[in-house]
Design a protein around this ligand. Sequence first.
Ligand SMILES: *Cc1c(COP(=O)(O)O)cnc(C)c1O
Length: 378
Amino acid sequence: MPGWEVIGKEEQAAVNEVFEKGGILCAHGFDHLRKGHFATRFFESEFKDRFQAKHATAVSSGTAGLKVALKALGVGVGDEVITQAFNFIATVEAIRDCGATPIMTNIDDSLNMDPTDLKEKITSKTKAIIIVHMLGNSADMDRLMQIANENGIKVIEDNCESPGATWNDKLLGTIGDIGVFSFDMGKMITCGEGGMVITNDEQLGKFCREYPDHGHENNPDFHRGEDTREIYGFNYRMTEMQAAVGRVQLTKFNDILSSTQTKWKSLREQLSTIPSREVFNACTPMGDTVMIKVVDEDKRNEMIKASNELKVGIKNVPSAIKWHCAGYWDHILDENEFNHSQITKQILSQYVAIPINLKVASETYHKLGERILEIWTK
Ligand SMILES: *Cc1c(COP(=O)(O)O)cnc(C)c1O
């Protein structure tokens, strides 16, 4: 996810602008010192427009965003929250941090949440579902949303890894009740650290705005020190410097997206004779990772070697799988969930994930494709 590849002078100038227009302030209040510059509030508004949501709140990280979303849905002690075994550890940490119990589903051929397993895992204690669109590809949103709706359970989309991808032309992150994005250094657009929480629901939007800001309502009739509040909160605010960088990155988002999608498409077509991760017809992926299934371990290792030699590298699978598969998380899951996740661990161990980067030329991907095909047909 290549935002870091195109970070530079424009982002640096935006940070300077923060200093020039009032100095380091927090996202809210102190308007008289700002010379009309509100980096975080501008970023929220621009993000909301780009991702077609009614409400957007910037937060300090994607993990914080997940916590805010769970709190907004009232998740607490004694509740169960279902998520999937191919994931990033952040979802399970956020669930645990709310005092709730993480329940893990296995994955289907899209390598995202398996709807059949979701059905099995729902109990009277299920309070929310976190669907994670891993590495650019959408989960089966029609079936998953239908199951959630039938059971009256709210859905959070962890869309940290697939911003810009769509399902039936709807942007991922806007289909469930709340969508969460991350701008950490590995993501599609980045400000080093940061996140965004979006929703179309008025009540949830209000909670997601207030909780990361100590419950502040930012009531325009009162000075911040005298501000009104209804809930207690926490401090998960984004800084103005993060927001300034994020705003510039957002202006680069469409170019980043179309570049990765183009390269993704041609590499995937080139490798079409090799089994790959399923992409549902309804999905237009973000295109930052091509995942192929290579059961033969020797061939798999040769392909990884070829990718490293061409300086394309490998993405998360298999290199960082320990942070991305619940089959390794015996420090945070109970025995049942850990054991259940072994199926996903087994499936993922047969995949190779090739990252699509901006500064790696199309010809290099073509060369890699040829090398992979050679190894495959050996
Ligand atoms: C990156 C990521 C997060 C968390 O993001 P941070 O901003 O690093 O806290 C959550 N979920 C997934 C799937 C991610 O890839």
